[in-house]
Design a protein around this ligand. Structure first.
Ligand SMILES: CC1=C(/C=C/C(C)=C/C=C/C(C)=C/C=O)C(C)(C)CCC1
Ligand SMILES: [Fe+2]
Length: 547
């Protein structure tokens, strides 16, 4: 396990040609670009948590049946400062770092004070976001880093705070058909208020985007929701959208702002400022995208922790949304490297199984409905919504499937009725051992798995001109715990889940987190969410415009 989690991975700046077995469909041309932590020690110092590792971008360029692999560390300010100092000098999720070893009492006091309002890391290791023609590496702080998706070079550092007042923002934005980005962030104690801010970044602007102008300059606040508590806003990792609504969960997994403000002085990490409050409810906020206002009905459900929303849509006056839910916040605990590297089987046992749950909310609550009555009358689900005496609605989900994470869908169905969830299958540990296709209609599943293989998040790419939701392929980077077996890019037929091809690369590959597929130009872009209008000029072979 040490090899997979603990050992620093090398960069491969020049494309490495993979050994392809099987046949990659001729139409599949483009680049799978992914992100994840690749370096966990700097000099003599070591990060505590897997999410702390320095971002390593990697890509698989698929052209005419061949695959080329590259990887490069994100040259974040964090990376540069650490490498220059030859030790960890920037704090991450699970590691608090002390930049200047304080020499005397005065500089010590100054150093502490200057950290009261922390400047977060730009080690953007979680995902890749597309804004029009631009691509960014993302994490959950106020920083994102523009990258060149072809060369994996790091470009400018963008501070969300210059454009919208957020201190944190998710790594899971949504895209509409035109490529406009919708995201949620938290504005902490700004002018005496803590808010969840939904913001929009337009893919294009009237008259066209001027060369070098950041799309962020045209970002706007779509709606904001006051946090229930000024000093303990909820932590969230994603959100949901339907055609007319945004779904935001204010869950009882909270950040303690006072603890954060004193973390540096106390020598503890940001992670220690997060806590699950099993005594609280989960509040479900629904925002009407037409009025940009929250709907008035108050919906809630039992305490739970959700990292990934799967999809959401409207049907017969109801809003359905699917999430991977946990009973508590223990998941992030399992990713401490001390747990992952030694006694792996013992230390990384899931105490709460990630479960696909469907929630159904009535969009209009009948005033005359009796207290205690179920307001949902959809034959397709057993999910219920019970009217309470104060007019609030208590939502009871339908349990769909246990043991899956890192969900993806055919994004052309995002916000719309859909049938298939593609995900990583997890059993006793949070490390995936299978790839799963779950059919919500028939409640059946297909699986892919191989001995010693750990699959990454499976990504769906539709066949050009596809009509069926599962007409396409699944791409997943697979790393192996068997040192004799090279990592590979797996290509599955998304309909049957049979292997079409694999492209093995003789490198030590890191376990990544999230990413996206950038089709080469000239595709049927109408089928290629997120962007239907902007041609994928940044795909391999045609470099993104550099600024
Ligand atoms: C640095 C930092 C944070 C980092 C969070 C990270 C890095 C979360 C990663 C989550 C992942 C990878 C989830 C996968 O499902 C917080 C807590 C937002 C708060 C302030 C500073
Ligand atoms: Fe995620």
């Amino acid at each position: 396990m040490e090899i997979i989690f603990g050992r620093n991975k090398k960069e491969h700046l020049e494309p490495v040609r993979a050994r392809v077995t099987g046949k990659i469909p001729a139409w599949l041309q483009g680049t799978l670009l992914r992100n994840g932590p690749g370096m966990h020690t700097v000099g003599e110092t070591r990060y505590n948590h897997w999410f702390d590792g320095l971002a390593l971008l990697h890509s698989f360029t698929i052209r005419d049946g061949e695959v080329y692999y590259r990887s490069k560390y994100l040259r974040s300010d964090t990376y540069t400062a650490n490498i220059e100092a030859n030790r960890i000098v920037v704090s991450e999720f699970g590691t608090m770092a002390y930049p200047d070893p304080c020499k005397n009492i005065f500089s010590k006091a100054f150093s502490y004070l200057s950290h009261t309002i922390p400047d977060f890391t730009d080690n953007c290791l979680i995902n890749i976001m597309r804004c029009g023609e631009d691509f960014y590496a993302t994490t959950e702080t106020n920083y994102i880093r523009k990258i060149n998706p072809q060369t994996l070079e790091t470009l400018e550092k963008v501070d969300y705070r210059k454009y919208v007042a957020v201190n944190l923002a998710t790594s899971h934005p949504h895209y509409d058909a035109a490529g406009n980005v919708l995201n949620v962030g938290t504005s902490i104690v700004d002018k005496g208020k803590t808010k969840y801010v939904i913001f929009k970044i337009p893919a294009t602007v009237p008259g066209g985007r001027k060369e070098g102008r950041s799309p962020l300059k045209d970002a706007e606040v779509f709606c904001s929701i006051a946090a229930r508590s000024l000093l303990s806003p909820s932590y969230y990792h994603s959100f949901g959208v339907t055609e007319n609504y945004v779904v935001f969960l204010e869950q009882p997994f909270k950040l303690d702002i006072l603890k954060m403000a004193t973390a540096y002085i106390r020598g503890v990490s940001w992670a220690s400022c997060l806590a699950f409050h099993g005594e609280d409810k989960t509040h479900i906020h629904i925002i009407d995208r037409r009025t940009r206002k929250p709907v008035l009905t108050k919906y809630h459900t039992d305490p739970m922790v959700v990292f990934h929303h799967v999809n959401a849509y409207e049907e017969d006056g109801c809003l359905l949304f699917d999430v991977i839910a946990y009973e508590d916040g223990s998941l992030y605990q399992l990713f401490y490297l001390a747990n992952l590297n030694k006694d792996f089987k013992e230390n990384s046992r899931l105490t709460s199984v990630p479960t696909l749950k469907r929630f159904v909310l009535p969009l209009h609550v009948d005033k005359n409905a009796e207290v205690g009555s179920n307001l949902i009358n959809l034959s397709s689900t057993t999910a219920r919504a019970l009217k309470e005496k104060d007019g609030q609605v208590y939502c009871q989900p339908e349990l769909l499937y246990e043991g899956l994470e890192l969900p993806r869908i055919n994004y052309a169905h995002n916000g719309k009725p859909y049938r298939y969830v593609f995900a990583a299958g997890v059993q006793w540990s949070p490390i995936p051992t299978k790839i799963i296709k779950y059919d919500i209609l028939t409640k059946s599943s297909l699986k892919w798995g191989e001995e010693h293989c750990w699959p990454a998040e499976p990504l769906f790419v539709p066949t050009p001109g596809a009509k069926d939701e599962d007409d396409g392929i699944i791409l997943s980077a697979i790393v192996s715990t068997d040192p004799q077996k090279s990592p590979f890019l797996l290509v599955l037929d998304a309909r049957t889940f049979t292997e079409l091809a694999r492209a093995s690369v003789d490198v030590e590959m890191h376990l990544d987190i999230h990413g996206l597929f950038i089709p080469d130009a000239g595709w049927d872009l109408g089928k290629q969410a997120p962007s239907r209008e902007a041609p994928a000029r940044a795909a391999a072979g045609q470099a993104a415009p550099r600024t």
